[in-house]
Design a protein around this ligand. Structure first.
Ligand SMILES: Cc1cc2nc3c(=O)[nH]c(=O)nc-3n(C[C@H](O)[C@H](O)[C@H](O)COP(=O)(O)OP(=O)(O)OC[C@H]3O[C@@H](n4cnc5c(N)ncnc54)[C@H](O)[C@@H]3O)c2cc1C
Length: 484
């Protein structure tokens, strides 16, 4: 028989100590959602089952003890660190869930300069690790816009990517080794080695699991030299996304590795670069690192763009200034809440990827379908997007949309606006051969297309869930759809 809510709380208090178990209703409400439901949250409306408690975890052993207890009694758990999730991964959709908060596990364990790697517990905010490294002249190379909010466990769990990815790679290229706890309480450690061929790369079972397979407790990432004095900035305006995609492709195919390579369409470009975009698309690059390589990268890019007379260069200073104000900390989140309450105007994003032969079509078809098919298109105040992470074989597209919330209750907003917009983007991207999710994770709202996304490879993902979480206690409804 399943345990009552009261019994769950009492028993978890015995395991970790009462001071680590929070049952305050306001805290539970906040812990039942993430930024996917930010509109309802801002209006104080919480419609999902509230968790039984938030458990403030203090050590790997506590994670193990709590998970073993939950597994024995089939209690659902939602892992959480920085709480900057945007896709519903933190939503507590199962009654009497426990939120497993690892933000208190926040020690930097080691900065190992000789082997160019740093080890941190899951609750270390990326910005804290980054600042500790910069003080010694090094960097993680990882710089998502949420750097001040996101923590190491969540960053690995979501397969996050930073703004300098074209040079340093995404989190999966940075993780050397990990420690994690399996749902039955087993502590597992993947050792730190530069490379090995000892079977499949088991790091990838953990990286990107979104709390649906295991709990990440410790992470070792690569580090790099930090040389901001060598940064070179390039900015251009141009008429068409198609030309921009061609240039991005050429830069990648020629082997250049700028840290930033971005292409904004006219709508998105105008909102970011009002002072010079002139209603056109905007393309920006940053070259960094060793001065010789930075210079060669910058010169190579400038030479490629010069082959396209439709591109006009803008002052580099404009790009540098914009870039230095890009990250989101708690103050921007708070300002956004005030703004949404005041205006009723919401902003959301959906990020996808595709190879070079389909990405422009994905972009055009999505925009066209939203404009012509979405029944509330008149409420949209901005619709556009940008490519911000390029690879030799393709790039991503980050759709951005703002809308006025009209004639609906706060809890109806996602079904009236966000979900139908997501649907068009996911359907169209998958139909054209791309991936419906480039870096935010599947969460609980893109889960409807998870099987279509993976096709016959779904059997592999399904096998992992059966093997590691046979009782289905880990973040139910995330990555894996709830079977009716
Ligand atoms: C303003 C803003 C900008 C953003 N910019 C970027 C960006 O540039 N690039 C990018 O990739 N993302 C970005 N994001 C999304 C978000 O910051 C990332 O997904 C980030 O990796 C989440 O980290 P977190 O610590 O906040 O995790 P959380 O929000 O706490 O959790 C995220 C997911 O991971 C799971 N999880 C958390 N901790 C663990 C753990 N220890 N073990 C197992 N599972 C766990 C959770 O269950 C959840 O499913 C942005 C978000 C915001 C709000």
């Amino acid at each position: 028989m399943s345990l009552s809510r009261e019994a769950i709380v009492e028993q978890v208090k015995e395991i970790v100590g009462p001071e680590r178990v929070v049952t305050d209703e306001n805290v539970l409400k906040k812990n039942s959602v993430d930024r996917f439901r930010k509109y309802a949250d801002i209006h104080g409306v919480f419609t999902l089952p509230l968790p039984a408690a938030v458990v403030k975890l203090g050590s790997t052993q506590q994670v193990s003890d709590v998970l073993a207890f939950m597994n024995q009694h089939k209690i659902n758990g939602v892992p959480r660190t920085g709480a900057s999730a945007t896709e519903g991964g933190l939503e507590t959709v199962v009654k009497n869930s426990l939120v497993l908060d690892g933000s208190g596990m926040n020690k930097i364990i080691d900065i190992d300069i000789e082997n160019m790697q740093a080890t941190a517990q899951c609750g270390v905010p990326l910005e804290v690790l980054e600042n500790a490294l910069r003080a010694k002249g090094y960097t993680t190379g990882h710089s998502p816009q949420s750097k001040p909010l996101a923590q190491m466990g969540g960053l690995v769990a979501t397969r996050s990517i930073g703004q300098f990815s074209t040079l340093y790679g995404a989190i999966e290229d940075m993780v050397v080794g990990l420690e994690a706890v399996l749902p039955n309480g087993t502590i597992t450690r993947i050792k730190n080695v530069p490379r090995r061929a000892a079977g499949p790369d088991i790091r990838h079972i953990i990286i990107g699991n979104e709390g649906a397979l295991c709990y990440i407790t410790e992470v070792t990432v690569k580090i790099f030299k930090f040389t901001p004095e060598n940064n070179l900035y390039y900015g251009y305006i141009l008429d068409e996304m198609k030309t921009g995609f061609e240039i991005l492709r050429e830069v990648m195919v020629e082997g250049y590795r700028p840290s930033i390579a971005r292409l904004y369409d006219a709508e998105d470009g105008t909102q970011h670069f009002t002072h010079f975009a002139e209603g056109k698309c905007v393309m920006i690059f940053m070259a960094e690192g060793n001065p010789r390589m930075a210079r060669a990268t910058g010169e190579g890019i400038a030479e490629i763009v010069a082959r396209y007379p439709q591109c006009t260069r803008v002052d580099s200073k404009l790009i540098e200034n914009w870039f230095n104000n890009l990250n989101w900390g708690p103050e921007k989140v708070a300002a956004e809440r005030v703004q949404i309450l005041k205006t009723g105007n919401m902003g959301f994003t959906t990020e996808v990827s595709g190879d070079w032969s389909c990405i422009n079509q994905i972009y055009e078809r999505v925009i066209h379908r939203i404009r012509t098919e979405f029944p509330h298109a008149d409420d949209i105040t901005m619709l556009g997007g940008h490519s911000s992470h390029s690879y030799i074989n393709g790039t991503n597209m980050y759709f951005v949309y703002d809308y006025n919330v009209v004639d609906c209750k706060p809890e109806e907003e996602i079904d009236k606006y966000h979900n139908p917009l997501n649907k068009i983007i996911c359907e169209e991207t998958i139909a054209l051969g791309g991936s419906m999710v480039h870096h935010h994770g599947i969460g609980k709202h893109r889960v409807h297309w998870a099987k279509a996304e993976h096709g016959t490879a779904w059997a592999l993902l399904e096998g992992l869930k059966k093997q590691f979480d046979p009782n289905g206690i880990m973040n139910t409804g995330t990555i894996y759809p709830i079977e009716k």
